[in-house]
Design a protein around this ligand. Sequence first.
Ligand code: FES
Length: 573
Amino acid sequence: MKKTGLHKGLTQYGDIDFSLFLRKAFIKGAGYSDDALDRPIVGITNTGSGYNPCHGNMPQLLDAVKRGVMLSGGLPVEFPTISVHESFAHPTSMYLRNLMSMDTEEMLRAQPMDAVVLIGGCDKTVPAQLMGAASVGIPAIQLVTGPMLSGSYRGERVGACTDCRAYWGRYRANEIDDEGIAAVNDQLVSSVGTCCVMGTASTMACLTEGLGMMLPGSATAPAVSADRQRVAEHTGRQAVAMIQQRLTLDKVLTPAALMNAFRVLFAIGGSTNGLVHLTAIAGRLGIKIDLEKLDQMSAETPVLVNLKPSGDHYMEDLHRAGGVPAILHELKPLLEQDAVTVTGKTMSELLEDSEPAFNRDVIKTRKEPIYVQGGIAVLKGNLAPKGAIIKQSAASPELMSHEGRAVVFENAEDLADRLDAPDLDVNPNDILVLKGIGPVGGPGMPEAGYIPIPKKLAQQGVHDMVRISDGRMSGTASGTIVLHVTPEAALGGVLAIVQTGDRIRLDVAARSLELLVEAKEIERRLQQLPEPAPRPEDQRGYRKLFLQSVLQADQGVDFDFLQATEISRSVPS
Ligand code: FES
């Protein structure tokens, strides 16, 4: 008989009955009764941390989830996993995403639970949890901590972190003084919760609802709202229902579910990081992402959501406008109707209960979208043989087709040293190129692809330039920024041999990114690339494992040994 509850995954002492006897003795030390211990167990990840204000409502959410589990007759058991916050993770949170996914996976395997509620929120936490849970397969349901409230600075609405970048840009351009920048710093994050624009956290929340891994309406409720508490209670209840329905993850995380998640990603003008994370989740399921077909899918999916950085509004406005159910309602003809969700219902059944948006300035119709094509375009060319991407909905229309002279920075340190030098030889039509911030080069592919406009140009009023790198960009940033150039410079990609003065052509409509240098000359420079010198800090611990195992952006920056052993399906199909 299949083991459930406390009987699952017994510790090995060579005597199964003794193992159970010992386990019960210890848990009874925490005051549990036999009645409680005979219930189906719902594990709940506690990712609260003093270093993670995006998860600052964790105690209230844990209480509400437990209430929901107990109302449905289950036994809730919370347990900790690591927690990763964007601004408190060196060198970058992405470096730790796979570690968090391994922690989540192994704790789900090691501890007895019949289902799990994954509580995450800040950018890398939700993908890490979904990756870990996908590898285990038990019934799992995602809950996000929810977005922070927007703040106000001198009558102007502000929120992390599009406005963090906008105000910092104004400060660099001398448009705001020291006192002003300090005052806005107090207002950008006005409550606990995740960034309140369509950054990576909001993107992952929305596409996880599209993926069918969260309850309808649960992506957008603000962190400090009563709605968020109710969502948490319902999530706890649903976890118990998933046990009763034997709703394991293989029934939910299907190619159809991924297709729906990609639709949502494009329609919300979501963060480019969503593409990397969905690719990694798919890799855990043995599903390959076909970038060219994905580009077609993006091209036929209009951007409907008018949120910063592509638009004007904040997450609380999206919630009031109807949230993800209203977006799905609008996307109905483009969705995979048979995809099963954690509710036990199919997408088609959920859509029967959905309503149109309550505010058409926040969620547009497909006929009158904010942008006719999906937010993300996939580029190819000799500079990125395995692909690069651009968030076209956040780019400047006049730069979408542009040829310019490369101004090259060899790595992040070189950029920091020279970018603001008064004698930097740079013009507004140049293309800024940054190498060495890919998965291996970073390491961890930091969000440094948003290369600031050189100070001397910013002070002349230049707000955007074409920028190219092998790194990532925060979903809260905007500009004509080419990211994820693959293969990366640190692995000897063509990006490594670009020199200042070379010419580069970007043509988003043609989906091309070309280094205008003779093929023979490219080959000659590649042959002369020096072997990277081994660094002592790369030789031990997690960093060694990371550098040995990390895959490129087109494979989700996962570790090779964590992907499914066989890749047998592809999406979009
Ligand atoms: Fe946590 Fe933005 S820093 S979501």
